[in-house]
Design a protein around this ligand. Structure first.
Ligand SMILES: Nc1ncnc2c1ncn2[C@@H]1O[C@H](COP(=O)(O)OP(=O)(O)OP(=O)(O)O)[C@@H](O)[C@H]1O
Length: 250
């Protein structure tokens, strides 16, 4: 059983054909890196997996995307439920103007949870999972803006984890961070894999090599190559992949 399945996915922004016949199958508890030059459709594809593109009026999408075997574009699907299962972390840390605790508790409260003990346990568990607990346990009531950029990003990861998703979408989660914070996020991705299926967009080839099991190379809206990360990086089937990973374009 695949966790995420895309079959012949086409996406248009108005007249612009941004994704062309994308087919992918991702197993549970794997990390898939989406790579490719700027504008090739990586983020667009990532956003298809939790229907974030629905927010853009001009978007038309066809084909099938299934999560846990369920077509997420079928009529009548509950999009709030879908986004509980498929969490997202963005490029720039975007904590809410609230305390550290309330940032993580937010999703639980929005979903109607009001058992204080449960919320406290879940906030702690999420911060531990996001490898932030030790750094913030004594200042949970302080504003999230008092944290460093790297800590804010881990806070956003904790916020995404608090509502117990099974898929985590990460759009260049470390690109705004310093090398030490980046290393922490990469370690974290590796650890989270045992509980989550992760799809990550990255421009950093070393990072894709370090964190992912599978790599998908996109070029001008097409999925050129998709396979085992080691194979894609050491012995790609396509010349475009080779040119990209060796830095000849992009
Ligand atoms: N809201 C939008 N409306 C119209 N066109 C868009 C929109 N969002 C993205 N596009 C176009 O779709 C194409 C794919 O964009 P996308 O953001 O998915 O690329 P990307 O591979 O993630 O790029 P980057 O690495 O620069 O983030 C680009 O040509 C972009 O200009």
């Amino acid at each position: 059983m695949y966790k995420i399945e895309a079959k012949d996915v086409n996406l248009h922004y108005g007249d612009f054909h941004a994704l062309k016949g994308i087919n992918m199958k991702m197993k549970p508890n794997t990390v898939t890196a989406l790579i490719g030059p700027s504008g090739c459709g990586k983020s667009t594809f990532l956003r298809c997996i939790n229907r974030m593109n629905d927010l853009i009026d001009s978007v038309k999408i066809s084909g099938l995307i299934a999560v846990d075997g369920e077509d997420i574009y079928r009529k009548g699907i509950n999009i709030d439920e879908l986004r509980k299962h498929v969490g997202m972390v963005f490029q720039k840390p975007n904590p809410f103007p609230k305390s550290i605790f309330e940032n993580v508790a937010y999703g639980l409260r929005v979903n109607g949870e009001n058992n204080r003990g449960f919320i406290e346990d879940k906030v702690k568990e999420s911060l531990v999972q996001a490898a932030l607990w030790e750094e913030v346990k004594d200042k949970l009531k302080k504003s999230a803006f008092e944290l460093s950029g790297g800590q804010q990003q881990r806070l956003c990861i904790a916020r995404a984890l608090a509502i117990s998703p099974s898929v985590l979408l990460m759009d260049e989660p470390a690109s705004a961070l310093d090398p030490i914070s980046t290393a922490k996020i990469e370690e974290l991705i590796y650890e989270l894999k045992s509980n989550y299926t992760i799809v990550i967009v990255t421009h950093n080839m070393q990072q894709a090599g370090r964190v992912s099991d599978h790599t998908a190379f996109f070029y001008m809206g097409e999925l050129i190559e998709y396979g085992d990360t080691k194979k894609v990086f050491t012995n790609p089937d396509h010349i475009q992949t080779q040119n990209y990973i060796t830095g000849r374009f992009g």
